[in-house]
Ligand binder design. Structure first.
Ligand code: HEM
Length: 551
């Protein structure tokens, strides 16, 4: 190019000005044509390379996918109807169960010509797959991004999420774990006070009670306890639940369906949630100045009490999760997206587990009595602290057993976006394939859990110490139970497990110390797990009553 310009300038020296004008015009035309040609060639080469890569990846998927055993493809769309188009989670689990029975511990299903699903059931294989497959399905990341905007949590690529995962886990298992029990006690007081008026009118719905509980625990943990008296808390909860209902549906479109009115309604809800999140973040920033350090005046004059108002001499949160997230995220947008993501995931899953425990307790009053005796033996009449709760193996066993019977979702999902997964058995799962672990099948498997696998029996998590009538129980190590996966496992396992379990256990210790939870006579007493809002739920939700204990 430089040589070309030099020779042109050289030639110019021998020409008159008329010729010079014509020559310069044709020079620029030539030059532009050449540049455009170069650009077109570069684009053509890039697009061809991209297409060749896609075709190579597809051939790799087809060739290696065919080598994995599985049922024949029923149509061009494969087995996709089992998942989308009204297929229920139970039907899909049943189909996977039969396929595993027939084809062995690793089974492939085609969900269309370009989508391969590989299901793994054998415990050793599951452990290996959950360790090696580091990425999540792109759909998961898309659903979170569409609903809550930019975030570095809950994204598909492990590379992008690794750092944030580690720092969040550090906070949740450090400072926040220490105060999980304090938050839970206040939440019980607050939610029960709020529910009192509902109970006075009649029944308490198990689902809405667990939803309020989980929402308040997560809110108070993220934003501080002032969240419990925030005037927009109920609106925030309702918005989040409405978004949860449609999040997977709208994310399943590869191109945002801007031509659909429902899509714009959904986006409007997401926008409202975002502006409320910004409002509470702002309030937190003013209350704690800077974030995490309460302003002196606030500390001296106000603190939260059980009634949802502020009163002196009460310790207010100064180690909120918001502070933890804020310290790592310099982008305001990202802070908001991450907070909404944590609220979304934490609330849905925690509510599911609380609801499952409540339903089991009302159906098994003998278990409830046993937990009550354990709470009285450890705390007598004082409020249970985290250290007390640690001495209640039966309570923890109940939480684990309820989680086993109602995991957060029917499948754990992973994929390897860039590389094939070479398994120790010699099987290769091609890059881009969706790998799933059917947790419901694994957690109800007779060969792992015994012939009473589908029964509620917290004793399976306990070992007896001693043989006489005064023998005690200790909690078994969960590591021994590789078939226990409600919080996932491996590289993308839940970072909130310890926090959630401790907060929920403390909440129940305190609730059962004060109340007996009973099933409303005539209410449905055999709720079935059903998939709703991307999580499993017990439906129909049992109606319960809280009866105050006389002492
Ligand atoms: C009972 C409550 C909860 C249940 C049952 C639960 C369950 C799960 C499950 C099944 C996963 C996917 C794991 C895998 O694929 O291996 C997950 C991921 C995750 N959980 Fe939870 N969770 C709960 C509460 C929480 C809470 C309270 C937090 C945080 C405050 C939290 C933070 C996370 C994060 C950040 C991930 C994503 C990890 C990643 O993508 O790398 N979870 N959880």
């Amino acid at each position: 190019m430089a040589a070309f310009v030099t020779s042109w300038l050289f030639e110019l020296g021998f020409k008159n000005s008329g010729e010079l004008g014509r020559e310069s015009g044709s020079f620029f035309r030539d030059y532009a044509a050449r540049e455009i040609n170069v650009l077109l060639w570069i684009s053509l080469i890039a697009i061809t390379a991209l297409l060749l890569r896609k075709i190579a990846a597809l051939l790799n998927l087809w060739a290696k996918g065919q080598r994995i055993p599985g049922p024949p493809c029923p149509s061009f769309h494969g087995h996709s109807k089992l998942i989308s188009g009204g297929g229920s989670a139970e039907k899909f689990s049943e189909f996977l169960f039969k396929s595993h029975e027939k084809y062995g511990s690793i089974v492939r299903l085609w969900l269309g010509p370009t989508q391969l699903l590989v299901s793994v059931r054998d415990l050793t294989l599951i452990k290996e797959v959950l360790e090696k497959a580091e990425d999540k399905l792109p759909l998961t990341g898309r659903a979170f991004r569409l609903a809550f905007g930019r975030s570095s949590l809950f994204v598909s690529s492990f590379e992008k999420v690794q750092h944030k995962r580690e720092s969040l886990a550090l906070q949740l298992n450090g400072k926040l774990l220490e105060r999980a029990s304090a938050v839970s006690l206040r939440v019980v007081d607050c939610v029960v006070a709020r529910m009192d008026s509902i109970m006075a009118k009649g029944l308490l719905d198990c689902r809405s009670f667990s939803q309020h509980m989980s929402f308040s625990i997560l809110g108070a943990t993220l934003f501080g306890e002032s969240f419990l008296s925030w005037s927009n808390a109920i609106t925030y909860e309702e918005l989040l639940m409405m978004i949860a209902k449609d999040a997977c549906f709208w994310a399943s479109y590869n191109v945002p369906p801007v031509w659909k009115r429902g899509f714009w309604r959904y986006r409007h809800l997401c926008k409202k949630l975002k502006s409320l999140t910004q409002e509470i973040i702002q309030q937190c920033k003013q209350t704690y100045n800077p974030l995490g350090e309460m302003s002196k005046t606030f500390k001296d004059t106000t603190a939260w009490n059980a009634g949802g108002t502020f009163s002196p001499n009460d310790k207010v949160l100064n180690d909120s999760l918001l502070e933890a997230l804020n310290n790592q995220l310099d982008h305001r947008e990202e802070l908001c997206g991450s907070i909404m993501g944590v609220m979304f995931h934490g609330c849905l899953t925690t509510a599911g587990l609380i609801g499952s425990i409540l339903a089991r307790l009302v159906m098994h009053p003998e278990i409830q009595d046993k937990i009550y005796s354990e709470v009285v033996a450890v705390c007598n009449n004082s409020k249970p602290e985290a250290t007390d709760v640690q001495k209640m193996p039966f309570l923890f066993a109940t939480v684990y057993e309820a989680a086993r019977l109602l995991p957060a979702g029917p499948l754990l999902q992973r994929c390897s976006l860039k590389h094939d997964l070479e398994l120790n058995t010699g099987v290769t799962v091609p890059a881009g394939a969706i790998v799933v672990v059917p947790i419901q099948l694994v957690q109800m498997d007779d060969s792992c859990w015994g012939s009473d696998a589908n029964q509620f029996n917290p004793y399976r998590f306990l070992s007896r110490l001693g043989t006489d009538s005064r023998s005690t129980f200790v909690l078994n190590g969960l590591n021994e139970k590789s078939a226990f996966l409600p919080f996932g496992s491996g590289t993308r396992a839940c970072v909130g497990e310890r926090f959630a379990v401790l907060a929920i256990a403390t909440m129940f210790a305190y609730l059962l110390q004060q109340f007996e939870v009973r099933l409303q006579p005539g209410s449905e007493n055999h709720p079935k797990p059903t998939m709703k809002n991307c999580v499993l739920e017990l439906l129909p939700s049992p109606k319960i009553v809280l009866v105050g204990r006389k002492s």
